[in-house]
Ligand binder design. Structure first.
Ligand SMILES: [Zn+2]
Length: 303
């Protein structure tokens, strides 16, 4: 499979995999641009199974293991969503009036945007979540897959397109970048948030060490993350269509790392994160969360 970012056809196998319903999904990294993906990618049918109602009801990335669920967690994000909208989105695009969310889940972020004066729209793959957003917030969200849905009625009408924790789940992230370009009005702002598991110092050290030792790590989650990004690869993906690309990296403070991924690893992670956290604050590298902002050019005649 050619690289989704640079179309290079040579990839190295990474020492990690997922096992789901007896099928192995191996980590691969493009030897040219460094983009990481699963080989094979889950099929459309497998994705439909992965995102059926139990994705939000239980087990979402192991939230159940720390005694929480998606709705409880999302309810607690109201204030941070408001702050993010005002400080980060409005400050970059003060004239913005209409905001579209890809992967709107139960509508918590769109509800905060509406409170802040935005006209809102969005799309979400989980029918259960779409129904919840309707009941809980009175929001009308299109139920569908951003990679194939008909977006004709929404094209060109949005000042901001936001995709939080979506790009790691896509089968064709470069294709969705093109779809975002279609959704945005000229001069519009795209805001993407992704986890940076393979951008972290701990992971960057672990990959060559595991390879050297001839060992493989089986990741505990389901194969939800089809792609993994670093600051470099997510920037490059945005630069293909947009301008003024900013990548802001954050590292979780060591005391706030969750126990989701298990016991022994947890303490090793804490120690490495004690180094990683200040390093990211100073260098804007090695973050485990990345927020990317970019603008669609205003000139409609661009090539
Ligand atoms: Zn590549």
């Amino acid at each position: 499979m050619p690289c989704n970012l640079c179309h290079h056809t040579v990839a190295e196998t990474l020492p990690f995999h997922y096992l789901w319903r007896g099928k192995r999904f191996e980590g691969q990294r493009c030897t040219c641009c460094g983009l990481i993906w699963l080989d094979p990618l889950p099929t459309e049918a497998e994705l439909a199974t992965l995102y059926d109602e139990d994705y939000f009801a239980d087990g979402l990335h192991g939230l159940d293991r720390i005694g929480s669920d998606y709705e409880k967690w999302a309810d607690s994000t109201r204030d941070s969503a408001r702050t993010f909208l005002r400080r980060e989105i409005r400050s970059r695009h003060p004239a913005a009036r209409a905001l579209y969310e890809i992967g709107a889940a139960m509508g918590h972020f769109l509800a905060a945007a509406r409170e802040d004066g935005f006209t809102t729209g969005g799309i979400e793959i989980s029918a259960t979540a779409v129904e919840k957003a309707r009941q809980k917030f009175g929001l009308k969200i299109q139920c569908g897959n951003i990679e194939i849905a008909d977006l004709a009625t929404a094209a060109g009408s949005w000042d901001v397109v936001y995709a939080g924790d979506v790009f790691e789940h896509l089968r064709d992230p470069s294709g969705v970048i093109a779809r975002i370009d279609t959704l945005l009005a000229p001069g519009g702002l795209v805001v993407i948030r992704v986890p940076g598991t393979f951008n972290l110092l701990a992971t960057r050290l672990a990959v060559p060490l595991l390879k050297l030792a001839g060992r493989e790590k089986q990741l505990p989650d389901n194969p939800y993350h089809l792609y993994e990004y670093t600051g470099t690869t997510i920037r490059r993906m945005l630069e293909r269509r947009f301008e003024h690309v900013e990548v802001i990296q954050q590292a979780t403070p060591p005391q706030r790392l969750s126990r989701k991924t298990g016991s022994l690893d947890y303490w090793v992670k804490i120690m490495l994160q004690a180094v990683n956290y200040p390093l990211t604050s100073v260098t804007n590298r090695f973050g485990d969360r990345m927020t990317v902002y970019a603008r669609k050019p205003s000139d409609p005649d661009r090539t």
